[in-house]
Design a protein around this ligand. Structure first.
Ligand code: SAH
Ligand code: SF4
Ligand code: F3S
Length: 470
């Protein structure tokens, strides 16, 4: 299906910025600067969205806090990927009733992927009456207008239009980190994996223009950012909707050509669209970090088919071999779901075989969670919770032993690492990342935070590496 991406006109964003100025005048009239608390759940896409919400709030004259009691505006930016994520949000949202009772003029907002689910919005409307504003990802760009309405008139606002989605440029951003930055290159997903809620809440795939992305990267590099992650649900289908044809490998090449000493990472890649051209580009571009997160979800072809992943496990393994032929020391990570409806224990054991064969550096493991409105939620799911849990534990135990062995192989090596912050561990006070993004706990002075340094790895366990500056 042909589709051109809708871009929000600049005049509409300017109008939102004028709402910000009106609100800033109200803020300035208060005896103290009002504060906001933005609480983010879910993936980096949500982190990036929260940075834009903070950008708007800052233009409205708000400062920031992480204390609910101090905040005039509380924003919960939510995730709908699994039930556990949703329960955490609902629990925290419920607890805010008491906070709001003590601060009746507080404004409580719920946005993000959960807000976009009709049944969640209905539940909030009926049972969480302390919530003032519910808005979905498609209308995030209208946040100042919503707040303006709430500050100047009474009532609640529910805005969750069911859209294919658009692109909004020019929203101000306040970033949390000084070393690492997220740059969304596209939004939405067209894949409709049968278990997944994302396509329903984030709309169709749409790509930002390369020049907008490159301008953002140039600004970040000028501000001193050293680690830039390009974000999208399936970055390998970048550019399919652009007027001037362009693919993800082409974009990587252009980002790599931006002058400066920084690393490029990207997430997430779908195996069906990970091409030889991408691998060759990764190998050639010196700023692209030697790491690939390539979710395979399940090791059995029947299960992959019912998941609607559109590839076989042999095709997946072929891609891994092709990539390793080009970049032998590539760090590989993946996502796996255990207990998909109808997956038998022998089928699950095929997933273990993939772990043995590929030997991922790290794995993100999930127990299947039914999501309202997805095809998998209607499938027969006869396996007991205990059996799923047993399989899950087998998976984790196998991966732990692989991670431990892989990490042990780093001991004695010296590598260029980016020191990205403090670790909170008094013996190894700094946290750093290898080029392949493995965590290193480091001895040394906080003055080197934000710099690349040579690190000698002295120790390791299954979660992290330990080192000293060489
Ligand atoms: N777009 C990314 C992943 C987004 S969600 C991709 O396709 O790789 C991150 C991970 O959550 C998925 O890779 C999957 O392993 C897991 N996940 C998604 N829906 C799930 C569900 N209903 N139950 C359990 N895990 C799920
Ligand atoms: Fe979900 Fe699949 Fe899209 Fe990833 S590719 S966001 S798992 S539907
Ligand atoms: Fe969650 Fe939405 Fe991301 S469902 S994982 S926050 S895209």
């Amino acid at each position: 299906m042909e589709r051109t991406t809708t871009t929000i006109p600049q005049a509409d964003i300017d109008r939102q910025l004028s709402f910000c100025r009106e609100i800033a005048a109200l803020s300035a009239a208060r005896p103290e600067q009002p504060l906001a608390f933005v609480d983010t759940y879910g993936c980096q896409q949500n982190e990036a969205d929260s940075e834009r919400i903070r950008g708007y709030l800052s233009q409205m004259g708000y400062g920031f806090t992480d204390q609910e009691e101090e905040a005039q505006i509380i924003v919960l930016n939510t995730c709908a990927i699994r039930e556990h994520a949703e329960q955490r949000v609902l629990g925290n949202l419920g607890a805010l009733v008491h906070v709001k009772r003590r601060h009746p003029d507080q404004i409580i907002c719920v946005c993000g992927c959960m807000a976009q689910e009709q049944h969640v919005a209905d539940k909030i409307r009926q049972s969480f009456r302390h919530v003032d504003l519910v808005f979905g990802p498609h209308v995030l760009w209208k946040f100042p207008e919503f707040i303006h309405t709430l500050l100047t008139s009474r009532g609640r606002i529910f805005q969750i239009p069911d859209e294919a989605g658009s692109i909004a440029e020019g929203i101000p951003v306040v970033r949390q980190d000084k070393v690492k930055a997220w740059v969304s290159i596209m939004y939405g997903c067209n894949n409709f994996c049968s278990y997944c809620i994302v396509p329903y809440v984030r709309g169709r795939e749409r790509s930002r223009k390369p020049e907008d992305i490159l301008n953002e990267v140039r600004e970040l590099v000028a501000e001193g950012y050293k680690d830039i992650t390009l974000l999208g649900q399936n970055v390998n289908s970048y550019g399919k909707d652009l007027e001037e044809p362009m693919d993800f490998a082409g974009l990587l090449e252009q980002v790599n050509a931006v002058p400066g000493d920084f690393l490029i990472r990207f997430m997430t890649s779908h195996p069906k669209d990970a091409t030889q051209k991408l691998f060759e580009t990764m190998a050639r571009c010196e700023k692209v970090a030697p790491v690939l997160h390539l979710p395979f979800q399940a090791g059995n072809d029947r299960v992959l088919k019912v998941m609607n992943r559109k590839h076989t496990i042999e095709q997946y393994l072929d891609k891994i071999r092709a990539l390793r032929a080009l970049i032998p020391d590539i760090v590989l990570t993946s996502d796996v779901i255990v207990g998909f409806p109808g997956e038998t224990t022998p089928e699950f054991e095929d997933t273990l075989k993939v772990l043995e064969e590929v030997r991922f550096d790290a794995l993100f493991t999930f127990i299947y969670s039914p999501r309202v409105g997805t095809p998998a939620a209607k499938m027969d799911d006869p396996m007991s919770r205990e059996e799923k849990l047993q399989n899950f534990n087998r998976l984790v135990a196998l991966q732990d032993s692989i991670s431990e062995e892989k990490h042990a192989a780093y001991i004695g090596k010296t590598m260029r690492c980016l020191v990205d912050g403090e670790s909170g561990d008094s013996r190894y006070p700094l946290s750093a990342r290898t080029p392949g993004n493995r965590l290193v706990r480091l001895t040394g002075d906080p003055a080197v935070i934000g710099q690349f340094v040579q690190v000698k790895i002295t120790d390791a366990n299954k979660w992290s590496l330990f080192g000293e500056m060489a």
